[in-house]
Design a binder for this molecule. Sequence first.
Ligand SMILES: *Cc1c(COP(=O)(O)O)cnc(C)c1O
Length: 360
Amino acid sequence: MSELVTASIEGLRPYQAGKPVEELERELGIENAVKLASNENPLGASPQVLAALPGLLAQIGRYPDGAAYKLRQAIAEFHAVSQAEVICGAGSNELLELLYRTFTTGEHHAVFGEPSFVIYRAGALAHGVPFSAVALRNEVHDLAAMAAAVTPRTRLLFIANPNNPTGTYVGRQALERLLRDVPASVIIVLDEAYVEYADAPDYPDCSKLRHLRERLVVLRTFSKAYGLASLRVGYALGPAVLIDYMNRLRAPFNVGHLGQAAGVIALGDQVHVARSCELNRVERARMTQELASFGFQVTPSQANFVWLDTQRNAREVYETLLRKGVIVRPFVAYPRHLRITVGTVAENDRLYAALRGVLA
Ligand SMILES: *Cc1c(COP(=O)(O)O)cnc(C)c1O
């Protein structure tokens, strides 16, 4: 063991991001690689955001508004809550980290699903917080088992809904039961990074859940359906007491000027969000069908990606697709699985053509 860091930090590995397009193009000497690995919006940002950005550049020599006043105001209005119930972060990733930093020590305990968003585990390891990673059941969060994993030390319980990487969701009734049954001392974090894409009739509306418990924090991001991944903007909604504590530890200028302004404009362009979700709805159905036709077992998705059991060594499929200029997402811990982001019609067609080549 190193003398420099704790055992759990020693055991951490850097976040494994999807391979950048430029890197693959350099390696292969090609120009038209397609990235279906990081769940970005294939249409990119709203045209209104793109039109406004040049005019914002003159201000980048100045520090941004540390309180992100206008962005929090827009978010508060959008959700019909008060500004004291909103905190912005450099992506919701920063807010996940901030939740650990603010509310836990090594004396506490966290609960999350397995597989779920890797940052829940990374945050626990980084801060030396003991945790229970509760296996999903039939690819869905097992809320009863998660509730049963709660101890008197549990401070944070994370549910990604829809879940990453499985794309599955928990319905309103099951979630309501969890929010009611888990002891009031636990902060339940509902990570809704993919909420805009969910269209199941019993997908829960978070604004109708808040009365069920005080300690509920909802996370949203501008990185997915809003198409602002590179600007790093996300937010949390929660009771003012919790938000106030998080604000005390927040880095003063955590969201830049461009991100704050773009967030306000993006939130105002719900037409772009609807257009993006409609493309995703049609192409997600087509992708599910196409991938199944290759003999893969595809989990029904409520998000903008699908999770599939390739029934073989997924690393080989991944490597072969790479050589054809298509980047998807493998998982070391799940050697038969891949996660594939739903792209544009043309991007998805590239994937299917490449797969035909691979499996022929
Ligand atoms: C992508 C994602 C996030 C958000 O990432 P940021 O870019 O940091 O906002 C949060 N949770 C889950 C489950 C995600 O997949």
